[in-house]
Design a protein. Structure first.
Lengths: 113, 115
């Protein structure tokens, strides 16, 4: 199993550009989520999904869109990148059960200039 | 909107036990306590979780207070590889609606291990 795969690992964008951060998992997990991590801020939840076709907002959803058309994929879209979105982004997945741990990807480091 | 409170940092010497505290005074009856750790330049990884009883696994032990308002992650013999940020989170499985997926990590505790 590959686990949770995030692409790309690194990305540099100019202000106003759009892009999609990809997240895929091969564990048939219902739950998937996106976090951003800034220095000294810990992990902050952006969006999450508890199954295909179901998404909801987390703590810091503004500026980001998500969709969940398949169980495996949960892309995060930045429609118009801003310098404030410079961060490291982590995707996580799990089964929807109390005994199911979260599995994290290795992150995407995004810089917006 | 983290529901847990942890110290910002802690230090330990190698091969000594480490007790990492977490306060969760507003915990509900259906919240499980999960611990994760994040090594430098990596994504977080699962450590342990529990509901009411103390739990042990190969990585650590979890001691849960009788009133469940606090818990402690115990590393029995710290190694240099245990230097990481440790996160304590609550996971509520009672509601399959809006609260199910909102897992808040907060800032965690930065553990430094000295040789």
């Amino acid at each position: 199993n590959a686990g949770v795969t995030q692409t790309p690992k690194f990305q540099v964008l100019k202000t106003g550009q759009s892009m999609t951060l990809q997240c895929a998992q091969d564990m048939n997990h219902e739950y998937m989520s996106w976090y951003r991590q800034d220095p000294g801020m810990g992990l902050r939840l952006i969006h999450y999904s508890v199954g295909a076709g179901i998404t909801d907002q987390g703590e810091v959803p503004n500026g980001y869109n998500v969709s969940r058309s398949t169980t495996e994929d949960f892309p995060l879209r930045l429609l118009s990148a801003a310098p404030s979105q410079t961060s490291v982004y982590f995707c996580a997945s799990s089964f929807v059960g109390v005994n199911s741990p979260l599995h994290f990807g290795n992150g995407t480091r995004l810089t917006v200039t | 909107d983290a529901k847990t409170t942890q110290p910002n940092s802690m230090e330990s010497n190698e091969e000594e036990p480490v007790h990492l505290p977490c306060n969760h005074s507003t915990i509900s009856g259906t919240d499980y306590i999960h611990w994760y750790r994040q090594l430098p330049s990596q994504g977080p990884e699962y450590v342990i979780h529990g509901l009411t009883s103390n739990v042990n696994n190969r990585m650590a032990s979890l001691a849960i207070a009788e009133d469940r308002k606090s818990s402690t992650l115990i590393l029995h013999r710290a190694t240099l590889r245990d230097a990481a940020v440790y996160y304590c989170i609550l996971r509520d499985q009672a509601d399959r609606g809006s609260t199910l997926g909102r897992l808040y990590f907060g800032r965690g505790t930065q553990l430094t291990v000295w040789p």
